[in-house]
Design a protein around this ligand. Structure first.
Ligand code: CA
Length: 360
């Protein structure tokens, strides 16, 4: 018997029979994945950047390390405003940012972050998860090879820091204010001059008088930034960002390559971070506002009603114009507006009426 024939017959008889008897379990090594998450935030930026860190950590932990996500701050892998394209083409599998940064890709995207006099955090989540908003968002991002998810919320922001009082609509005329996006466009229509400045230049510009006012986020971030040292008056409410939703975007192909359990972990981790960031902002804003008012003696002021009425009217104009720009934006705006009208009617008798009752 030649050696080769002997091995063959042994394989056919002895070895196969033996393996049947033992019935050894078939072990497949679970596939492991390493993902990059690019973000629009400076690395470790409080609240927003740390929220992205938290998301990566959750996915890595919940998957037992089968899906490891590494976070890259703005400029580490790609600049802040290239996050969308980087995830779209698969340079990174995941991104964290805010949808209003991508209005150049789709005008409708802005509704999924914040629009002036739009939805607050609670309402945004209601609209996205149970009011049809998420489906519209998915349809828009699908054209770019992306899957969106809500992944954080700042809650209602502050109106901003002002070096002079705003007592009437006329006081907005000639006001040079750092206020990006749609809020900036509203200010321009009210006679002011919106200025676009990166975060790092806000403080010195306000202190030197190069600008008269700035919006930023809310007490937690504003206190850490020291803005109370550069301007006297702290105005509310943040009409331009009533509950900004942060987003996670996932490359479609990368997502499809994951087994079902890891897909579920990714989407559910986004949901956890979406709620967790709002909880963090609520707690830290409460504490920071207290510090700003009691320790730093900040002059806290509400915008007068006639100012709010005027900027609301201008905001409606601006938002309606976006809706008129394309079919997608119109469809999203109609869903958004219907939800907002119903939420206003419900919240008038629920949240709003309770908050009023609590203060009596
Ligand atoms: Ca802001």
């Amino acid at each position: 018997m030649k050696r080769r024939d002997f091995i063959k017959s042994a394989g056919a008889g002895g070895l196969v029979a033996g393996s049947l008897a033992v019935a050894a379990p078939v072990v497949h090594a679970a596939p492991r994945f390493k993902w990059k998450m690019v973000t629009t935030w400076p690395k470790n930026f409080p609240g927003l950047g740390t929220g992205a860190n938290n998301l990566a950590k959750l996915i890595t932990e919940m998957s037992g390390g089968r899906l490891k996500v590494k976070v890259y701050g703005a400029k580490e892998l790609v600049p802040a405003f290239e996050v969308f394209d980087a995830v779209s083409r698969g340079t990174a599998e995941m991104g964290h940012g805010a949808a209003y940064y991508w209005k150049g890709k789709s005008e409708a995207a802005q509704f999924f972050a914040a629009v002036p006099f739009g939805l607050n955090a609670q309402e945004m989540n209601g609209w996205l998860y149970y009011g049809g908003g998420m489906k519209l968002w998915q349809d828009i991002y699908a054209d770019f090879n992306l899957i969106p998810a809500a992944a954080g919320n700042t809650g209602v922001q502050m109106g901003g820091w002002f070096n002079r009082q705003i007592n009437s609509v006329d006081d907005l005329k000639g006001l040079k204010m750092r206020i990006p996006g749609l809020g900036g466009e509203v200010l321009r229509r009210a006679g002011g001059t919106p200025v676009s400045l990166p975060g790092g230049e806000i403080y010195t510009s306000l202190q030197s008088g190069a600008i008269d006012a700035t919006e930023f986020v809310g007490p937690y971030n504003d206190l850490a930034f020291g803005l109370y040292k550069a301007a006297k008056h702290y105005y509310y409410p943040g009409w331009h960002e009533p509950g900004t939703t942060l987003e996670s975007m996932i490359n479609k192909k990368a997502f499809a390559s994951l087994p079902k359990d890891l897909q579920s972990i990714v989407m559910n981790a986004c949901k956890v971070v979406n709620q967790d960031m709002l909880a963090e902002y609520t707690a830290r804003n409460n504490a920071a506002l207290h510090t700003l008012v009691t320790k730093h003696k900040v002059d806290l002021r509400q915008f007068p009603d006639d100012v709010l009425i005027k900027i609301k009217q201008l905001s409606d104009e601006v938002v309606n114009e976006i809706a008129a720009k394309d079919k997608q934006a119109k469809k999203v705006y109609e869903s958004f507006k219907t939800f907002r009208d119903q939420a206003m009617a419900w919240h008038k008798v629920s949240e709003q009426s309770y908050m009023r009752a609590r203060e009596l």
